[in-house]
Design a protein around this ligand. Sequence first.
Ligand code: IPM
Ligand code: MN
Length: 371
Amino acid sequence: MFKKIAVLNGDGIGPEVTRQSVKVLKAIAEQFDHDFQFTEALIGADAIDKTGSPLPVETIDICVDSDAILFGAIGHPKYDNDPTAKVRPEQGLLGLRKALQLFANIRPVTTYTTLHFLSPLKSKNITGVDFIIYRELTGGIYFGKKELTSDGTTAIDECVYSRHEIERISHLAFQAAQKRRKKLTLVDKANVLETSRLWRKVVQEMAPAYSDVAVDYLYVDNAAMQIILNPKQFDIILTENMFGDIISDEASVISGSLGLLPSSSIGSKTALFEPIHGSYPQAAGKDIANPIGSILSTAMMLDHLGLTEEALLVRNAVEWTIENRFVTKDIDPVNFYFTSTVGELIIDFIHKNFFDRVNNENIELRKSTII
Ligand code: IPM
Ligand code: MN
C-alpha cells in the first residue's frame, strides 16, 4: 500500500520522539511490504524561527496532500511568559486544526499492570481502566472572538458552539460507544453555560438513534473528581474543546505518565496523530523523552488507514517493551533506556516477531537485542 505521511516535528522533544515513530513506520512498511513516503514540514516555534510564521502555507499544502500527519509537539519557553507575544507557536497547531477541520480529538486512556506503581492512584482503582475521550477540537472558547480593550484592563474570550459542530463529533462518539461497552458520558457545565445546554439538548435528541448506548451527563467539576475517584466507570467521554483539554491531562495520571498517551485528530480531510504530551523543553535533545505516546499514535494512524494487523503489531511491541521494563527515565529514573534505544527495541520486535508473537520468543528476543 502506498501512503504519503506528513511529518511535523515541531518543538522541544517533538523531533526526537517523532524520529522513533518514523523508524517504526519504516519497519512496518518493510515488514508488510508497504510504501510509506515521508515529507517533513515546519510548524511551531521552529517554523517561527525559520520563516516568521508558526504555520507556513507550505505546511498546510503538504498536510492536505498527505494521507496522514504525524505530529510531534509544540511550544517554547521563550513565549510562555510573554503574554504580549503576537506570534505564538501554539497558533501553528490551532491554525492547522482549523485549516484541516480536525474537529474530533480522540484520546484513549488505558493502563499497564506493570506500571500501576507509577500512578498516584491506588492500583485496585485503575486495574482495567479503559476509556476514550472524544474532545471537540475546532470550536468553543479556543476559537471564539478574542478581545483586549484598548486600555488593557478587560479581556474577552467568546465561547460559541453550533448544533452542526456538536452533532458531527457526537455521531463519532456514539458510534465508538456502540463498538465498545455502549456507554457515553457527556461532560458539560449545563447548570451555568448556554453552550453546554445546547450540547446537552443535541446529545439528548441524538440518543434515541443510538438506543443501544446508555447516555449519562456529568458536570465538568464532578467529572474531574470522578475520573480520579472511579475511572473504571467510563467508556466514552464526549466533551467540548476546553473541558476536553483539561480532563485529558488529568486522565493521563491514571496511566502514570503523560508520555504514554497517544491521540488522533479526525476531520473531513487528512487526519493528524500526535502524543498528548507537550514539547517538554527541559528534556529536549537529551534522548530521554518517552517515545511511546508518539509510537502509539502511529498505531492509531495505521488503524485509521485500515492497517489493523500492522497497528496491532505496534501495540504488541510497545507492550513488550513495557513488560520487560525497557522504559525511559520518566518511568524508571534509575534503570532507564534512552528514547532512541526504546525505538530500536520496538523495531527489533516488529522485525523478529512478525510471524509468531509468543512469550517464549519475547524472552529469547531480549537476548538478541542491542542491550
Ligand atoms: C493539546 C495542547 C494544545 C491545546 C495547546 C498546545 C494549544 O494542550 O493538544 O492538548 O490546548 O489544545
Ligand atoms: Mn492540552
